[in-house]
Design a protein around this ligand. Structure first.
Ligand SMILES: Cc1cc2nc3c(=O)[nH]c(=O)nc-3n(C[C@H](O)[C@H](O)[C@H](O)COP(=O)(O)O)c2cc1C
Length: 169
């Protein structure tokens, strides 16, 4: 029985990250005791990290993540790193990251390029999770060589995330 928060940072509805999230959730939903919260950052309103901050959706989402066991961070690769939406979101988690203590993180990445060139994006995401005490990155899913909407459906990552969801106990 796990609380799972799935955060997609692609602006594309039914894009490659979105489809990976859907398939992962389909697997994780097989256990009715799992609680799954799906977040599409494109539908949320939050500001950049600022010295003086007004409360917004990023704070609400941080509270949602605080009592979760598993957090999926899904991002398209944009210029060898995570999307700007994901970067801004993670920057906004700065006041909270100690409270995500013990969380298991999973990364989903999609890119037009091949896997070896996606590692810089993985390292950037790791810059965040390295700051979270007692956390682990339990899986990185590489949706490489996918450019257009839906390309991911014929990629092995699509089946991988379904199984990953099923395996969460
Ligand atoms: C602004 C922007 C920058 C991108 N930069 C890269 C890149 O550096 N390397 C790459 O392989 N693909 C790049 N892409 C392609 C996307 O990563 C690719 O189309 C991905 O499948 C999109 O995922 P999504 O459908 O979940 O949005 C870029 C796309 C955009 C819109």
């Amino acid at each position: 029985m796990k609380k799972i928060v799935v955060v997609n940072s692609s602006p594309r509805a039914n894009g490659n990250c979105d489809l990976l999230c859907t398939e992962f959730i389909r697997g994780a939903s097989a256990n009715p005791e799992n609680t799954i919260v799906r977040v599409n950052l494109k539908d949320e309103n939050f500001d950049f990290y600022r010295e003086e901050q007004t409360e917004d959706d990023a704070d609400r989402l941080a509270r949602e993540m605080q009592d979760s066991n598993v957090v999926v961070l899904a991002t398209p690769v944009y210029f060898y790193t995570m999307s700007g939406m994901m970067k801004t979101f993670l920057d906004r988690m700065t006041p909270y990251f100690e409270s995500f203590d013990g969380t298991d993180f999973i990364f989903f990445l999609t890119a037009a390029i091949n896997r070896s060139e996606m590692e810089t994006a993985v390292e950037s995401l790791g810059g965040f999770t390295d700051s979270v005490p007692n956390s682990r990155v339990v899986r990185v899913v590489y949706g490489s060589n996918v450019l257009h909407h839906g390309d991911i459906v014929s990629h092995p990552a699509y089946r991988e995330v379904y199984q990953l969801g099923l395996d969460i106990e």
